[in-house]
Design a protein around this ligand. Sequence first.
Ligand code: ZN
Ligand code: ZN
Length: 296
Amino acid sequence: MSDSGTPKSATKSRIVFLGTGTSEGVPRVSCLTNPENDCPVCPDAIKPGSPNRRRNTSLLIQRQLDSGRISNIVIDAGKFFYESAMQWFPKYDVHTIDGLVITHAHADAVGGFDDLRDWTNNSQESLPIYLREQDLDSVESLFYYLVDRTKQTGGGGVAKLIFETIDAVPFAVDGLELKALPVEHGRNQEVFGYRFGPVSYVSDASAFSDETAELISGSELLVLDALRPARTHGTHFTLEEAIWQARRLGVTRTLLTDATHDIDHEPVNAELAKLRDSEGLDIQYAHDGLAIDIAL
Ligand SMILES: [Zn+2]
Ligand SMILES: [Zn+2]
């Protein structure tokens, strides 16, 4: 496992963080427009290359298959998906989306579905989307014309999406096996994280069971929700809760995601690095565009 950060590395598979921010994204526009506001993070986030610029939490899984073809699987396409794709797809040579896997149907995970038309109009025939039955119902109420294409009225051509419903049974996406990690995202709201190979991805969670902990155990890399420090939220882990989970699960490395503007990337990561020295806990916030080479 290594941080590549370069578009064309020798390793045949990697993950790329397409977004590491919570629903509202960072910066908050109101932090930029309110003269009384003293938020240090949002003004930094608009500087080119700032690690504080965060779009909705999303991940690219990229593998070079034996045939030589590059397979691109995306987890979640939320409100800022278009912007994430515009910034990172050219850099990482992403020409097709060979599978889109959904964690749950909140706007920061499915709000970008309309923009998928670019791929099915111009790069590929259709696009398979893997999601739970209840999430498909929510998507249908948000985007009725994408689920029933006979209802479209515009002339631009809507995305040709193939919806595949999933449950807790492991399933394959373009040859990669994914196992659902059922987690709580608020009281009595179950959503999915996913385990694939040595990676566990849990972007939206406030609690999970011992059974799910067992599915995560042995991961080389855990990507985990850590909204902000201190103030509990109800539907997301705080930073302190995420650290506690990383200790409990004993994974090799943890990268945190789904952060608000309360997280100032570099100083917070410098603090977290002290845990590596004091107790051998490797835990850091990811940032948009971070690429990790890992065998899948
Ligand atoms: Zn702010
Ligand atoms: Zn959510």
